[in-house]
Design a protein around this ligand. Structure first.
Ligand SMILES: [Mg+2]
Length: 372
């Protein structure tokens, strides 16, 4: 089998009302998703989505005519490209989808098939009042969610602590609570400094009173000493690495004992095979591996398959914050949105590859061109 062409499609879903992502200073009035399709001479196509794929056309020739199943070769090639240009990991996820579809097995099975489902945490995206979040948490618990993650804005710490207190009050011990400070990386143009370790320590100690499962990205990603110190001083799990630029960045964090929870997103950071390998290393060191998943339904599934394949967890991130962020918005390109079962779990399912079906009409309707 040979790769005959690689096609990208940029989709744009208008968001009215807008989505106010806590980590983005600008309200989001549209949601972009880029599909990558890998076509072969056998007629099998693999598809994935995640990072933008902007600028990929210049590197397409490195893949055309090659065997799509040479997955290690493709992952290494993509690493060399990421040194010079973008992180085209959605292509690698599309190749894994293709491999699964060619063989007739879910990607999670190809990766080891450790478990076939994982409990999820509702990953909230907006900043809302304590009262509103208490209501949200009660609704989530009723819908079967066993855990919830809230964002805490570094310039509104007191309000964030009140939100966590209100959620704990509302649901008691029925749900785990995680908190994300989003300090490892910044949106382009956002040059605000990260919290320093002493400021982060005070926040984490206050959060610990509410029994949080982990605190995510409390300081900048380069501050490995700060993260390690926070782990030791507070006894609270520190999570991070969703956008790590390279495998070695996360390997250094692991070697430095800076993290309890490793979270590389397979379609934004490290790819499927890189995330699988660092995840295995983390598990062998008795740390947690549970990837970030905030792209779209296809990116969510790619991360689900890797996490289930190697037996990560204990929860998988499920981007969900209605009415601002819903499965219908998140998965607008899919024939059916990725839904959690009544038990609060997400299952890999029987479908081959990444196990999704595109909504052809939605894809046609929302396509605005190819990747830039
Ligand atoms: Mg995060």
């Amino acid at each position: 089998m040979k790769i005959t062409s690689i096609e990208t499609r940029r989709l744009r879903l208008p968001l009215a009302p807008p989505f106010h992502a806590a980590w983005d200073p600008d309200p989001r009035v549209h949601f972009d998703a880029t599909l990558v399709h890998v076509h072969t001479d056998d007629g099998v196509t693999g598809t994935a989505s995640g990072d933008t794929m902007d600028g990929f056309a210049a590197f397409e020739h490195l893949f055309i005519g090659t065997d799509p199943l040479a997955l290690s070769v493709h992952a290494r090639t993509l690493e060399t490209i990421s040194f010079h240009a973008g992180r085209y990991w959605p292509l690698e996820a599309a190749l894994w989808d293709l491999a699964g579809r060619a063989i007739g097995a879910p990607v999670a099975t190809l990766l080891g098939g450790a478990v076939d489902r994982l409990p999820v945490y509702a990953s909230l995206g907006e900043l809302r009042s304590p009262d509103r979040r208490a209501d949200d948490a009660r609704a989530l618990a009723q819908d079967g969610f066993r855990a919830v993650k809230v964002r805490l804005a570094a310039d509104r710490i007191a309000e964030g602590l009140s939100v966590v207190a209100a959620i704990r009050d509302a649901v008691g011990d029925a749900m785990e609570i995680m908190v994300d400070l989003n300090q490892w990386w910044r949106m382009a143009g956002d040059i605000a400094r990260s919290l320093d370790p002493q400021a982060a320590r005070r926040v984490i100690e206050a959060l610990a009173e509410h029994g949080v499962l982990w605190v995510e990205e409390p300081v900048a990603g380069a501050d490995l000493d700060g993260m390690r110190m926070l782990r030791h001083q507070t006894g609270t799990r520190i999570a991070g690495g969703e956008m790590a630029r390279s495998f070695d960045e996360l390997r250094r964090a692991l070697d430095h004992d800076a993290l309890d929870v490793l979270q590389p997103d397979v379609v934004l950071s490290l790819g499927v095979s890189g995330a699988r390998t660092i995840g295995d290393l983390a598990l062998r060191r008795n740390r947690w591996f549970t990837p970030h998943t905030w792209t779209n339904g296809i990116g969510l599934l790619a991360n689900l398959h890797v996490c289930c394949g190697i037996g990560g967890g204990p929860f998988l991130e499920y981007p969900y914050d209605p009415p601002g962020w819903t499965p219908a918005r998140r998965d607008f390109m899919l024939a059916a949105p990725v839904m959690v079962d009544a038990d609060g779990c997400l299952a890999v399912g029987e479908g081959a590859g990444l196990g999704f079906e595109l909504d052809g009409e939605a894809v046609a309707h929302y396509t605005v061109g190819a990747a830039g």
